[in-house]
Design a protein around this ligand. Structure first.
Ligand code: FE2
Length: 377
């Protein structure tokens, strides 16, 4: 038997009760940069850790334990499917001092896919963490929801079907319709590859998912979206369909946890850095379907990239770090991004995120009778 560990559960749901500090981190891996990130995060004493995908990077090691540095191999015709499962154990042992005392909620990234015999995928991810899937009406570990005090968290899967006719979308519709904003005023959504990132790496890679799901999240007034995947930091202004919108979510990318891959540095709006559109889809997302058409309006009309930092991008920086979300009440939350090169407690980015429910009333569309019950109409 293991030692006995203790942790504090989340406050009960209600508009007046919130966890003090929620740490948000992505693309961790297990490197010297990771240990710096976790050291800084631990110094902030989080009550909950949100890990937005790409966890141990075991899939970047051959079965003899040697690092393969073969991320690009997964995009070639002869993908390497080796993975070194002890990396998961190393990662778990390293994280134990923190996550034996603090609840952690995880959503899958592309590095968790780990395809193996009989087309099994995401096995270590699905086995090594606990998911409240059943409690949230989901039949999958890839998407689920939970409450932490007055916050409703929605965790979405980018590497499974997100089509409007698919199970995840139907579950999302149902889950959003069930949220009582009098009880959980804050609605926070999380998935791995960002919709709004201006870095060259993974630029508009998840465009098909955005086209399929953005309207639904907007209609239900999602306040904040957290993503990873891009190895840098970026915070957006409130945005909807690439247009500034006071009722759209704020998108925050924190894929800067410190994994063994390179940091993202170049931006798609810099001269010569706009990727060729046909190269942007990720075949892990919707089979590599191409959805990233040129913009049809705005300053980048007719083009695939802007020629300056887009209006929706508020702040971007290529530094390792993590973020802390402190929800203060029904309308105000403090977001602080901490950089690893700074001393503990120093803010690399700091902003109050303010909800304006009177200006942005939630307008859920009438649910279609797709759930087999007339009560759902
Ligand atoms: Fe990723």
């Amino acid at each position: 038997m293991s030692e006995v560990h203790y942790f504090r559960t989340m406050p009960e749901s209600g508009p007046k009760s919130y966890p003090s500090r929620i740490a948000v981190v992505g693309d961790l891996g297990l490197t010297y940069n990771t240990t710096s990130t976790i050291d800084h995060m631990t110094s902030n004493h989080p009550d909950l850790v949100l890990l937005v995908g790409d966890v141990s990077y075991a899939n970047m090691y051959l079965t003899n334990g040697t690092g393969s540095n073969c991320y690009s191999c997964s995009f070639s015709d002869t993908p390497i499917h080796e993975t070194y499962q002890p990396r998961w154990d190393y990662w778990g042992r390293y994280m134990q001092p923190l996550i034996s005392n603090v609840p952690i909620m995880v959503v899958e990234g592309n590095h968790e896919l780990e395809e193996q015999a009989e087309n099994k995928t995401f096995v270590a991810y699905s086995s090594r963490f606990a998911f409240p899937s059943e409690e949230s009406g989901s039949s999958s570990t890839f998407y689920y929801s939970f409450n932490a005090g007055g916050i409703h968290f929605i965790m979405l899967g980018a590497y499974t079907s997100f089509d409007k006719s698919g199970d995840q979308y139907k579950w999302l519709e149902k889950d959003l319709a069930s949220v009582d904003r009098e009880v959980t005023p804050w609605l926070v959504a999380t998935w791995h590859p960002p919709w709004y990132s201006t870095y060259t790496a993974h630029y508009r890679e998840a465009e098909c998912m955005r086209i399929e799901m953005e309207d639904l999240l907007y209609q239900y007034g999602v306040d904040i979206v957290f993503n990873g995947h891009v190895h840098a930091y970026e915070r957006s202004n409130r945005v909807y369909n690439y247009t500034l919108d006071p009722c759209g979510p704020i998108y925050i990318t924190v894929g800067d946890g410190g994994n063994r891959e390179k940091m993202s540095i170049t931006h798609a709006d810099e001269s010569g850095n706009c990727p060729e559109p046909s190269t942007t889809p990720d075949k892990l997302i919707d089979g590599g379907k191409f959805c990233g058409f040129n913009f049809t309006s705005g300053p980048a009309e007719g083009k695939f990239c802007w020629d300056r930092q887009p209006d929706y991008s508020a702040l971007r920086e290529s530094s390792f770090g993590h973020g802390i979300l402190e929800v203060k009440n029904e309308t105000h939350a403090l977001w602080i991004w901490h950089r690893n090169q700074d001393y503990y407690g120093i803010a690399g980015d700091e902003i109050y995120i303010v909800r304006q429910p009177e200006k942005c009333p939630v307008k859920p569309k009438v649910l279609k009778p797709a759930y087999g019950s007339s009560n759902d109409i």
